[in-house]
Design a protein around this ligand. Structure first.
Ligand code: HEC
Ligand code: HEC
Length: 310
């Protein structure tokens, strides 16, 4: 019974006519099983579809070119159209920003948000390497964080714009004899103790008293840092308004440009420091990519918005 069934199956199967005989003489035949109909029709349909597609759309690579298809469609043309639309809208806003002052823009919340989002992108591309992403500051010393309310050169819109447009150089002169300064090592030591005392860090009280005398007297640190050490910017008690463009940092807070430990402070005083913020405005050469006036406006508003804007 089982054998019979095998025979009938054999009879109904088509073969391709190929036949191999192995060593023992058993024939090995190649069957020709027809494909299921649904599969075949789907297969034909895909062929028809591909031909239609070749005709309508870009399909075949050619030497240095490709078949473009009768519809003339391309991803680029679609993108171009979308971009052109977006640019048109953007231009309306950009024109507004270009004509208004920084103050006017910051009084119009919708415009301000638009400018800030543009400024954020400008910042990420140009400023983040030195100031940290989002302006939080860098691991490297000497690059100020821009998110706090501690400004070297001022945090008003005008001050920030000036910093970006023209760049800034903060020069802390060398003070120790070893580095062509006028003070001996001992004097630098007591000044270090006084600076430590200004922000409540561990110091020798007696030396700090001597340091204070030097700070306000012979060493003339007050000229730049103000008589309270709060920096030229914040020292209104000093009488005539001091030029804030020197960018002397507040020595009484916990924020340090170079570091608030004894060794680093001593080095700052002894050897001096020179921090350089590149100029980004048109007309400046040297380090820094140039930014167009609109980008400078946007990045100024962005930095001002970071939380420390005065
Ligand atoms: C090559 C590094 C570098 C790049 C890039 C850079 N800055 Fe600066 N920036 C500095 C340094 C260093 C200072 C501090 C200068 C000093 O110590 O006197 C500074 C200072 C500033 C200040 C003044 C801060 C204060 O406390 O008054 C602002 C504002 C500022 N940068 C914004 C920007 C913006 C916006 C960009 C991008 C367009 C930018 N910076 C790109 C290095 C850089
Ligand atoms: C000509 C102006 C000037 C004088 C005078 C001056 N400083 Fe400075 N000082 C600066 C500036 C500007 C900076 C910031 C340097 C920079 O931006 O790189 C600075 C930085 C410092 C720092 C580093 C602060 C930090 O945040 O890391 C210390 C400490 C310091 N000064 C102490 C003194 C002492 C003490 C004296 C007196 C012996 C003195 N300075 C005299 C302008 C001055």
């Amino acid at each position: 019974m089982a054998d019979n069934k095998k025979e009938t199956v054999k009879e109904t199967v088509e073969t391709t006519g190929h036949q191999w005989d192995d060593d023992e003489g058993y024939p090995l035949k190649e069957y020709n099983n027809p494909l299921p109909r649904w599969w075949l029709y789907t297969f034909y349909a895909t062929i028809v579809w591909s031909v239609i597609y070749w005709i309508l759309y870009p399909a075949w690579p050619l030497v240095n070119d490709y078949t473009r298809g009768v519809l003339g469609w391309s991803q680029y043309s679609q993108l171009e159209e979308e971009l052109a639309e977006a640019r048109e809208m953007q231009k309306v806003w950009d024109d507004k920003l270009a004509t208004l002052s920084l103050e006017q823009i910051s009084n119009d919340n919708t415009l301000l948000q638009y400018a800030i989002s543009g400024g954020k992108a400008v910042f990420g591309d140009n400023c983040a390497p030195c100031h940290g992403s989002g302006g939080v500051g860098s691991h490297a010393k000497g690059f100020p964080a821009l998110v706090d309310d501690d400004w070297l050169f001022g945090g008003t819109l005008a001050d920030i714009e000036e910093s970006v447009q023209n760049g800034r150089t903060g020069t802390m002169p060398a003070h120790e004899e070893k580095y062509d300064g006028a003070l001996n090592a001992q004097q630098v030591d007591v000044l270090t103790d006084y600076v430590l005392s200004l922000s409540g860090l561990g110091h020798d009280a007696q030396k700090a008293v001597a340091g204070k005398e030097l700070f306000e007297g012979e060493a003339a640190c007050v000229v730049c840092h103000g008589d309270s050490g709060k920096g030229s910017l914040k020292d209104v008690a000093f009488g005539d308004p001091i030029d804030r463009s020197v960018g002397a940092p507040d020595l009484t807070d916990a924020i340090w440009l170079y570091g608030g430990d004894r060794t680093t402070i001593r080095t700052s005083i002894a050897k001096g420091r020179t921090g350089k913020m590149p100029a980004w405005g048109e007309g400046f050469s040297g380090f820094g990519r140039k930014l167009d006036p609109l980008s400078i406006k946007e990045v100024t508003l962005y930095v001002h918005s970071l939380g420390g804007g005065r």
